[in-house]
Write a new protein. Structure first.
Length: 150
């Protein structure tokens, strides 16, 4: 794991591919709790019996936004900021869910710093994230994240 004193130090790692996070299992309980919080109660997330009959993999599907919500926690396994200053999640330039994440899948996050430039009085850092699904060739998430560090 990389330890840096502030987000601006990530600018020194442009092009560097970091070691991935550890594996995280997506349980049906986690999917159910996410549905309860967001109100997204579609059957393909919650109805295991129907999913077994009607979905290609026979398992319920995690919400794409659940997969996205794991990025901050899993990225903290890749790098740690020791003297956190002010840094804001500025958003995403690209966000895709190429492969459905099914209940029982294990995920791990990959990160690459791709760009850093002065912007809006701070340093805008672009990172590519890819959420690997164990045993599958396509990722469950690809995203270009923007962080504005002051």
């Amino acid at each position: 794991m990389l330890e840096i004193s502030n987000f601006k130090e990530l600018a020194g790692y442009i092009g560097h591919t970091f070691s991935p996070s550890g594996w995280e299992e997506i349980t049906q309980e986690r999917i159910d709790r996410f549905a309860a919080v967001t109100g997204d109660n579609n059957w393909y997330h919650l109805d295991a019996e129907r999913a077994a009959r009607e979905l290609p993999g026979g398992r319920t599907l995690a919400h794409g936004l659940l997969t996205l919500s794991l990025v901050p926690g899993l990225s903290s396994q890749i790098f740690r900021v020791t003297a956190h200053g002010r840094a804001l999640n500025y958003g995403y330039e690209k966000l895709r869910f190429p492969e459905p994440v099914e209940s029982g899948d294990r995920l791990r996050l990959h990160m690459e710093v791709t760009h850093a430039e002065l912007d809006r009085g701070g340093l805008m850092i672009r990172r590519n994230f890819k959420m690997e699904i164990e045993g599958k060739t396509r990722p469950g998430l690809v995203a270009v994240a923007l962080t504005l560090a002051y």
